[in-house]
Write a protein that binds this ligand. Structure first.
Ligand code: HEC
Ligand code: HEC
Length: 215
């Protein structure tokens, strides 16, 4: 009797040990994944469109600098699985192993913040109001409520500050029509559906002027 319970107890110890051990291994694995260095030739895959520093000079290509790594990795996974549609990006990720996503994400997250733009001065007051107050009449919530006051975002809500207005407008329209539907619980679709194109344009013109002051 005593012996059996001893055996069970030591069995439990072993199980606990295994659990602790595999948790530790998992952590080590994750730490290792973050340490994977990108060979310079891998960055060449992105450079022509996003710049090696993620400060894309082309309006239709999003600036990637300082994007949250968790958001970045999920977008790459979504392109790979076809959950986010883009002929260009789906073609690119097809040739990249998922294990490399984190390394790309870390690289772009470590770059300087994207250079802000001037924005259309006529639209800035309206855009600023939408960003911080939302649109009361049509129940549009303030963007700052999720993407933070300075637009730098959090682990749950991606950075917007300094992003190209053309890219922002396109994504908002994609959310509005449902062409982009990989947002968790449809949060962004609900926001975009309540906005008209003029309002979307205005807020995008304001966002590009944001420097990300809290960084
Ligand atoms: C030929 C141009 C091109 C190349 C090369 C390219 N991209 Fe893109 N990338 C785009 C476009 C266009 C989009 C916007 C897709 C959309 O319409 O949703 C995009 C979007 C992204 C996004 C989503 C950004 C966001 O804010 O949601 C990530 C992440 C990304 N690219 C990473 C990469 C990485 C990493 C590489 C290199 C391995 C790369 N891209 C190479 C054109 C390119
Ligand atoms: C309730 C929270 C919430 C509010 C309010 C909100 N957003 Fe978002 N937004 C999100 C989430 C979550 C995502 C990421 C979706 C995903 O994971 O694919 C996102 C993503 C985005 C993207 C895509 C970014 C990229 O790099 O592709 C844009 C653009 C955007 N939001 C603009 C806005 C604007 C403009 C407003 C205000 C009118 C706003 N958001 C208000 C939660 C919010």
């Amino acid at each position: 009797m005593l012996l059996t319970s001893f055996r069970i107890a030591s069995g439990c110890q072993a199980v606990r040990w295994l659990v602790a051990c595999s948790a530790l291994l998992l952590q080590m694995n994750m730490a290792f994944a973050q340490l994977v260095q990108l060979a310079p030739d891998r960055l060449a895959l992105c450079a022509s469109c996003h710049g090696t520093d993620g400060n894309s000079p082309i309006a239709e290509h999003p600036k990637l600098a300082k994007l949250q790594t968790s958001y970045f990795v999920r977008q790459m996974e979504d392109f790979k699985k076809g959950r986010r549609k883009s002929t260009v990006m789906q073609g690119i990720v097809a040739g990249i192993d998922e294990k490399e996503f984190q390394a790309f994400a870390v690289h772009f997250n470590q770059q300087n913040p994207p250079t802000p733009g001037k924005g259309d001065p006529k639209l800035l007051p309206q855009g600023k109001e939408i960003f911080y107050e939302g649109i009361v009449g049509s129940a549009v919530p303030a963007c700052s409520g999720c993407h933070k006051d300075d637009g730098t975002g959090t682990n749950r809500y991606p950075r917007l500050a300094g992003q190209h207005p053309q890219y922002l407008v396109q994504q908002m329209l994609n959310y509005k029509t449902g062409a982009r539907d990989n947002d968790d619980r449809g949060l962004m679709r609900a926001v975009a559906q309540r906005m008209n194109e003029a309002e979307i344009r205005a807020v995008a013109e304001y966002i590009v002027t944001m420097k990300g002051d809290e960084e």
